[in-house]
Structures are given as structure tokens and as C-alpha cells.
Design a protein around this ligand. Structure first.
Ligand code: CA
Length: 225
């Protein structure tokens, strides 16, 4: 699951990166309003963590523009201590929650998870396709009754496909989930990843398989169904 962190504080960014990484999130980063606006248009983010005090303006412009386009991605605004006007303006502009700096990292995580649960991105139940089970909370994978360890990217791919199993997931959606803005992408990076996950599924005895729907995308379905 990929998040966008919009923050210009050079010390906070790597700290957030480590925090989110240990919680199983991938992070893209923008340090200014203009970059953030570009990135939210192209990236498929599960949520945005948005500092309001940015070098080229207020983070409010980012959330206002997102909501104006009908983009409902959850946004947590980060505001300076005591700036009540900021908090009110943030919520009025369409932010879903706010956190006052300095904040405890655990609180940001807890609020993110609550937001993602509310928006339906985090579901508490295990998702199943054939004999492949995926627990969105722990990100654990069980295939044919046995816990199976996947690489980070294979896990992301399984995550995006199994949440929509039985439906075709557009290639662009899969790519946006798997790869960050800064990732240097070879043209067949996605195909390589699909190939690897297919092999892992097959060798673990999965009854689900990844089907390529030419020109459209990929679908996880039960073999022979
Ligand atoms: Ca700032």
C-alpha cells in the first residue's frame, strides 16, 4: 500500500519513511505544493499525509484541488502547534483528520490505520481466493494451508489483485501501486513481477492464478472456475 507524504522538513521525512516502512507501507515524498499536486494526479495513493506549511504555499491548496476533482483519497493534515485556524481550515478544505506537530509516530500510524479502515482500504477480515488467503492487517499469506513468504513486491502485487479478485485490474492501477514515482522502471518490470508471483503461486500449490487480459490488465481468479 503506497502513501504520499508531503513534508518539507528534512529530518521528519526519513523518520516517517522508516516508520511507514516498518508498518508495511511504501512511501512517495513531495516537498512542495506543486510537486504534491502533480503526484496525487498520477499516483494511486491509499492516503496522503500533508504538511500545511510548505515552501511554495499552503498544503490546503493540495487537498482543495483533490476534492475539487472528486478525489476522495484520505488526507491527514499536519499542522503547527496551536494553530487552531489551520486545523479548522484543513478540515474545511477536505482533510479527513489532522495531527498537531510535534506528534508521536505511533499516533500518526494509528490515525492512518483508522482512516484507511474507514475508507475501506484496510479490511479486518482475511481475503480469500481459492486456497490463497491474504490478511490485510498483518499482510500474512497462506497458500494451501501453509504460511508463505513473498518478496515485498510480490506481496504488493498479490495485495492489489486479491482485493479485486475475479475482476480485471487495469495495468496502470497495478503499476501505480507497485512502483514509486522515483523508481527507475524498465519497460517489463511489471511483467517480471507477475511472472515471479505466478511461479510462487504455482509452486505453493495455489488454486488461484493470475490471468493476463491482453490490452487491459491482470486478474486473479480460481483456476478452472
Ligand atoms: Ca513545513
Amino acid at each position: 500500500m503506497r502513501l504520499l507524504v508531503v513534508e518539507d522538513n528534512g529530518e521528519l521525512v526519513p523518520m516517517l519513511g522508516r516508520l511507514l516502512d516498518t508498518a508495511g507501507f511504501a512511501m512517495d515524498h513531495a516537498g512542495a505544493v506543486e510537486d504534491a499536486q502533480l503526484m496525487v494526479r498520477v499516483g494511486a495513493y491509499a492516503a496522503v499525509v500533508l504538511d500545511l506549511g510548505l515552501p511554495d504555499g499552503s498544503g490546503l491548496a493540495v487537498v482543495r484541488e483533490m476534492r475539487g476533482r472528486g478525489d476522495t483519497t484520505p488526507v491527514i493534515a499536519l499542522t503547527a502547534r496551536g494553530a487552531i485556524a489551520d486545523r479548522v481550515a484543513g478540515l474545511a478544505a477536505g482533510a479527513d483528520d489532522y495531527l498537531v506537530k510535534p506528534f508521536a509516530p505511533e499516533e500518526l500510524l494509528a490515525r492512518l490505520q483508522a482512516l484507511l479502515r474507514r475508507s475501506g482500504t484496510i479490511v479486518d477480515r482475511v481475503i480469500q481466493c481459492g486456497n490463497v488467503e491474504f490478511d490485510p492487517t498483518t499482510r500474512g499469506v497462506v497458500i494451501a494451508g501453509l504460511p508463505t513468504v513473498l518478496s515485498a513486491r510480490e506481496l504488493e502485487l498479490l495485495d492489489v489483485l486479491i482485493r479485486r479478485h475475479g475482476r480485471v485490474v487495469p495495468k496502470a492501477t497495478v503499476e501505480a501501486q507497485l512502483f514509486g514515482i522515483d523508481d527507475d522502471l524498465s519497460s517489463n518490470a511489471l511483467e517480471v513481477c507477475v511472472h515471479r508471483l505466478r511461479r510462487r503461486l504455482a509452486s505453493a500449490g495455489a488454486s488461484a492464478e493470475i490471468v493476463t487480459v491482453r490490452g487491459l490488465g491482470y486478474m486473479l481468479g480460481v483456476r478452472g472456475a
